[in-house]
Design a protein around this ligand. Structure first.
Ligand code: ZN
Length: 264
């Protein structure tokens, strides 16, 4: 900080970093909130991020008495105008890059986002994680009775759908399944591609805004008449709104004429 002397004054600001345990609590709390995690992973710092941290007993922003300042000037005032000026510049810098805040607390942007991503996917953080730490269950302890029991509420399972890549690659690599003629493989590829496509649409679609899709998913399948009764809509509206759902693959049609059923 350049003052009245020719050589600049040295301003020093100290802010305690979070401990690893504190960071773990913070990351878990942020990862639990889809809205926050999504914004952060997208490179945005949610305005109310510090409210989540407050619940964890910490704050990204310096709290009273946390920030220690020193200046090499002879001024008695504390903070002196040099420290005040550094505060001002820092505030502007934080506005420009809010990820400097977690950096000052001990996790730079890369480390911060990596641990958040790991918490979201449930994968171990790659750094420092020993290779053998995958923690499997010994075969002898597996029970066919409980093998598929959920350890926790299904709501707590965080799912990260990813755009299907080359879904038929594995099929091509494996070759035709036993008993299946090579000529049938293109049909299988078609089915796998359609399944992946539909899975992706299901995973990324949100039926909150679409009562018909919600009704179809609730019922499993329905005729237009059943949909009309359930939703209280006229048949024309049912048909009109089914159109785009069928086109987008979110709903499919089976049967024909009077026996036509719609599935989602
Ligand atoms: Zn000063």
């Amino acid at each position: 900080m350049k003052g009245s002397r020719t050589s600049p004054y040295r301003v020093r600001l100290e802010l305690p970093a979070f401990s690893d345990a504190q960071w773990q609590i913070v990351i878990e709390a942020l990862a639990e909130q889809l809205r926050h995690a999504a914004a952060l992973l997208d490179g945005r710092m949610p305005d109310d991020v510090d409210e989540v941290l407050a619940d964890c007993g910490v704050s990204l922003f310096p709290r009273a008495r946390e920030l220690r300042t020193q200046c090499s000037c002879p001024d008695y005032a504390n903070p002196c105008k040099h420290v005040a000026a550094v505060h001002y510049v820092l505030a502007q810098t934080f506005d420009a890059d809010p990820f400097l805040l977690p950096a000052l607390r001990g996790r730079d942007r890369t480390a911060f986002l990596a641990s958040l991503r790991a918490a979201r996917t449930g994968a171990p953080v790659p750094v420092d994680a020993p290779a053998d730490a995958a923690g499997g269950v010994p075969l002898s302890e597996l029970s066919p009775v409980t093998m598929f029991d959920a350890a926790d509420s299904l709501e707590s399972i965080v799912v990260h759908p990813q755009v299907p890549g080359e879904v038929t690659a594995a099929l091509r690599r494996l070759g035709p399944p036993p008993g299946v003629a090579a000529t049938a493989v293109p049909l299988l590829e078609e089915a796998v591609t359609a399944a992946a496509d539909r899975a992706w649409k299901l995973a990324t679609s949100n039926d909150d805004g679409n009562p018909m899709l919600a009704a179809l998913r609730r019922r499993g399948s329905a005729t237009t008449k059943e949909l009309a009764t359930e939703l209280g809509w006229p048949a024309e509206r049912i048909r009109a709104e089914l159109g785009p759902l069928l086109e987008s693959g979110l709903a499919i049609r089976t049967g024909h004429a009077r026996s036509t059923r719609y599935h989602a």
